[in-house]
Design a protein around this ligand. Structure first.
Ligand code: UD1
Length: 453
């Protein structure tokens, strides 16, 4: 049995490669039944850090990001940016919280040395496709591999392509690569998203910041991460208004400069631990969490029977004695209930006193956790995009398989409440998005450890 060092984050992520094989076999072992009590520091948001890092490509000056979480996806994006010529240096720890592990990282894209993002790098993480926006805006050209398939659905890139075309880019798709050209620069335009997309909103906002004239994005994503990126771009000299609403207006500027900005706290990590406490019972302060970033999810957790209070330092979640009530949820774009918390909420509902219905509207294939939860004794039936969860008195520990990032943490939540030992295999999924998960849970009384043969 051995613990993985920090450097294991990256190696563990290399599923299927020789160097990654040993760590890919690592698993999380949980002995369920303990309540959670104590403090869990909430990390910077992965989904905010990634687009902020990509924004560094827009300027030759230094972009400093505070509160960057230490995650496999962040390390992977650092590699991708490095390939384009971005230098980086890391310093310091999170200012406000001694227990946090997030870092301050300086990114400088003095010269873009390569405008191609190759398949080997992009295929590991869909968000790396987003470099297409800043590269074509700053360099007039970009060639980026299509991200390829994904466990939670087909996840096409048509909205990115249509949006960049609206800004005047010529787009070709050949041999698995998207090439965008705008030799004379991008020009502002009105673009109506036929479907809300977080990634396409990020990309068009970045690209339009350096376009000539005004861009209006309608039906834009309203996620807090979009607001974090708009704040960052504005600090760099962009002229963006309306981020956080469905209409974003961007007045293009000739040049962007350096800036310093803090990554917002991770609302998905917050919701995940809140659901874990609701599941096991106990009393935990989610330190650094912001309730305003996840009202919909907190409301549902409260309906299920947990007591949630905002404090000066975070969010306190308690559940003492009373059972878990069944609650229906439908995933929606922000400010609705996030798809990234759907699997975790389903885990919670497996022990509710009755039937609940969980409907997934964002991704077509995001129920891979259902069969794994069933291995722990959950009773769930699927009909189209809706899962009906019949709450059971007790779950029982078993061997389960992580299928994607959020699904894998739902199995951890279930395991914390299950009788006996649960082992979650393929934990590299967890390392993509949850900073020091075992340490944070152990600190609150959970029996959870990482093991390898
Ligand atoms: C981001 C998040 C992810 C979250 C998702 C939805 C990051 C790094 N990832 O992913 O954790 O689950 O938002 O909240 O921030 N779509 C198209 N065409 C496109 C683009 C998207 O049809 O060109 C569809 C997708 O298939 C999906 C829906 O739009 O059905 C929403 O996807 P999108 O918001 O783009 O998700 P991501 O930005 O990839």
């Amino acid at each position: 049995m051995k613990r993985i060092s920090d450097s294991g984050y990256w190696i563990a992520h290399q599923a299927g490669t020789d160097s990654g094989k040993a760590l890919v076999m690592d698993r999380i072992r949980i002995t369920g039944g303990n309540e959670l009590n104590g403090v869990i520091p909430i990390s910077g948001a992965k989904n905010a850090a990634l687009p902020l890092m990509i924004a560094a490509l827009l300027t030759s000056e230094t972009l400093t990001l505070e509160n960057v979480p230490h995650l496999a996806d962040v390390e992977q994006l650092i590699r991708i940016l490095g390939n384009h010529g971005v230098d980086y240096s890391v310093n310091g720890r999170r200012r406000s919280q001694g227990k946090g592990y997030s870092r301050t990282i300086h990114f400088t894209a003095g010269n873009i040395v390569d405008t191609t993002a190759p398949y080997e790098l992009v295929s590991r993480m869909r968000a790396s496709f987003w470099v297409i926006g800043p590269l074509v805006a700053r360099m007039g050209t970009a060639k980026v591999s299509l991200p390829g398939g994904c466990a939670i659905g087909t996840r096409p890139v048509d909205l990115f392509i249509d949006g960049l075309r609206a800004l005047g880019a010529e787009i070709d798709i050949e041999s698995g690569y998207v090439t965008a050209n705008a030799k004379a620069g991008l020009r502002g335009a009105r673009f109506v998203f036929p479907k809300v997309s977080v990634g396409a909103t990020h990309v068009l906002m970045m690209a339009a910041s350096l376009a000539r004239g005004e861009t209006v994005l309608e039906n834009a994503a309203r996620e807090p991460e979009v607001v974090n990126l708009a704040d960052c771009l504005n600090a760099m000299g962009a002229k963006i208004s309306g981020a956080g609403s469905p209409t974003i207006t961007i007045e293009g500027v000739e040049k962007l400069g350096g800036a310093q900005i803090e990554v917002i706290p991770d609302r998905i990590e917050t919701g995940t631990y809140a659901m874990a406490v609701a599941m096991t019972g106990g009393d935990v302060l989610l330190e650094g969490a912001r309730a305003d970033l996840l009202h919909a999810a907190l409301g549902k957790i409260a309906e299920a029977g947990a007591e949630i209070t905002e404090t000066d330092t975070g969010i306190r979640v308690r559940r003492n004695g009373n059972g878990i009530r069944p609650v229906d949820v439908v995933t929606e774009p922000y400010p609705g209930f996030p798809t990234d918390l759907q699997a975790q909420f389903m885990a919670l509902m497996t022990r509710a006193n009755g039937d609940s219905h969980i409907t997934e509207t964002i991704f077509e294939n995001r129920f891979m956790h259902v069969q794994e939860l069933a291995r722990l004794g959950a009773e769930i039936s699927l009909s189209g995009q809706t899962a009906t969860v019949h709450g059971v008195d007790e779950l029982e520990g078993a061997q389960v398989m992580a299928t994607d990032l959020r699904a894998s943490v739902s199995l951890v939540i279930a395991g914390l409440a299950a009788k006996g030992v649960t082992e979650v295999n393929r934990v590299y999924h967890l390392d993509r998005g949850f900073e020091r998960l075992e340490e944070k849970l152990t600190g609150c009384g959970a029996m959870i450890e990482r093991v390898s043969d």
